[in-house]
Design a protein around this ligand. Structure first.
Ligand code: PLP
Length: 431
């Protein structure tokens, strides 16, 4: 990392003052922290990887829909500034830009777990010769449960058909060669490769394009869980050639608890009549209201919708994506590299004997998040975590022993990273 970093508040404040994206912080509500003197100040919020902060404009956007409902009743489907009938289409272009897809390849719908199942219905088509799914060892519980239940649903045995990719580098990091070896060994039996964009516990970013190419070469379908990648890394989903992807929108996308998630279906599947679980909102838009008995899917990702969307939940997503459009995912990444680089530099130069960074050190192999382990074991880790929380430095804890700290470039500052290092100092003095 550049030696130009300095561990002083003057330096951090100067960097923040020179940050072209600094004004975006004011568009968010920063949760207050009550200090020992009972005075409130902004907490140092590093938990955008778990629940992104609320954009101030959300309240008005939700209220506007409540007003339309009150004033227009059912007519709100066709009237008002953003008629509900087409509402999911109002987020489409911005969503496509954030994930690097064509607009017809993305849809905002449901939640991550639901979308994962819907995508597997279409893209996990096991046969006796090719029954398996490859996931990473230590995958997020939902992903593992979903995969295991799909395997059973098709009458196969997870003991045989669920293949877990073991990490081959220290700290649970997986190299591309490990993925190559797994496919060389099991590829002909694998129906679906399902890997994360960014692994939730380690913070490791994966190369979607290289994995897709490899999986396709072995005749597998390839899908990605982008829960921790969307809004964090610039993605090129279309060019990656992945078959599908799914994500949630309450993490880096700041769209609120339980927000509407998303799905990507590559253009080459747009018109293929892939088997799917169907609902009326996925029916060809032009004839949907003829209410015919035969399901004709809308081409593209829209054809996987089941229900008419929750407008009150889509309003925050629309507001959040509009912020991403103005900030630009590439500019955000540029700042993110600096912010996370600074946080890592502080840890390595000041606390290398106490804190161990689990996340890869190469910037291209990670996003905003640093996963940190405390030397001396789990109890010391818990103690530091609780000290940080009590002092308004908000990260999160992932069992067995990881503290996740994620500076989000939309609202975090260089001064926040310094505040983390200062809080660690406070803790180390207190023990
Ligand atoms: C956050 C997260 C989920 C959450 O799933 P929901 O259906 O949104 O509750 C699933 N998988 C991964 C990898 C995650 O990081």
């Amino acid at each position: 990392m550049p030696a130009s970093f300095e561990a002083t508040l003057d330096w951090a404040n100067a960097r923040d003052a020179a940050d072209p994206l600094r004004a975006f912080r004011d568009e968010f509500l920063i949760p207050p922290h009550e200090g020992r003197d009972s005075r409130l100040s902004d907490s140092t919020y590093f938990c955008g990887n778990s629940l992104g902060l609320q954009p101030r404009a959300v309240r008005e956007a939700v209220n506007a829909e409540l007003d339309y409902w009150g004033e227009l009743g059912v007519e709100g489907h066709f009237k008002g500034r953003l008629p509900w009938m087409d509402y999911h289409e109002f987020v489409r272009d911005d969503l496509a830009a954030v994930v690097g897809a064509q607009p017809s390849e993305v849809v905002a719908m449901n939640t991550l777990g639901v979308n994962l199942h819907l995508m597997m219905v279409s893209f996990y088509r096991p046969t006796a010769a090719r029954p398996a799914i490859l996931i990473e060892a230590g995958a997020f519980p939902t992903d593992r449960y979903a995969v295991e239940s799909q395997i059973r649903f098709h009458g196969f045995d997870p003991a045989d058909a669920l293949i877990e990719l073991e990490a081959d580098e220290p700290n649970g990091i997986t190299s591309m060669s490990a993925i190559e070896r797994a496919l060389a060994e099991h590829g002909s039996r694998i129906a679906l490769v399902l890997l994360p964009g960014v692994q939730y516990r380690t913070g490791q970013a994966f190369d979607l394009k290289a994995i897709t190419e490899l999986g396709h070469r072995h005749g597998c379908t390839v899908g990605f869980d982008l829960a921790h990648a969307v809004g964090n890394l610039p993605l090129q989903l279309h060019d990656s050639d992945a078959d599908f992807a799914i994500w949630c929108s309450y993490k880096y996308l700041n769209s609120g608890p339980g927000a509407v998630g998303g799905a990507f279906v590559h253009e080459r599947h747009a018109k293929a009549m892939l088997p799917r679980f169907a609902g009326w909102w996925g029916h060809d838009k032009t004839t949907r209201f003829q209410m015919g008995p035969e399901f004709v899917p809308t081409p593209g990702a829209d054809g996987w919708q089941l229900s008419n969307p929750p407008i009150l939940a889509l309003a925050p997503l629309r507001v959040s994506l509009e912020i991403f459009r103005r900030a630009g995912i590439d500019r955000l990444r540029e700042k993110s590299l600096q912010l996370t680089g600074y946080l890592e530099w502080l840890v390595q130069t000041q606390w290398a004997d106490v804190l161990q960074v689990v996340t890869p050190t190469e910037p291209e192999r990670r996003g905003a998040q640093l996963s940190i382990r405390v030397t001396g074991g789990r109890e010391r880790g818990r103690a530091l975590f609780e000290y940080l929380m009590a002092n308004g430095v908000i990260g999160d804890w992932r069992e067995p022993d990881v503290i996740r700290i994620s500076p989000a470039p939309l609202y975090n500052r260089f001064a926040d990273c310094l505040a983390f290092a200062e809080a660690v100092r406070g803790w180390s003095r207190s023990i």
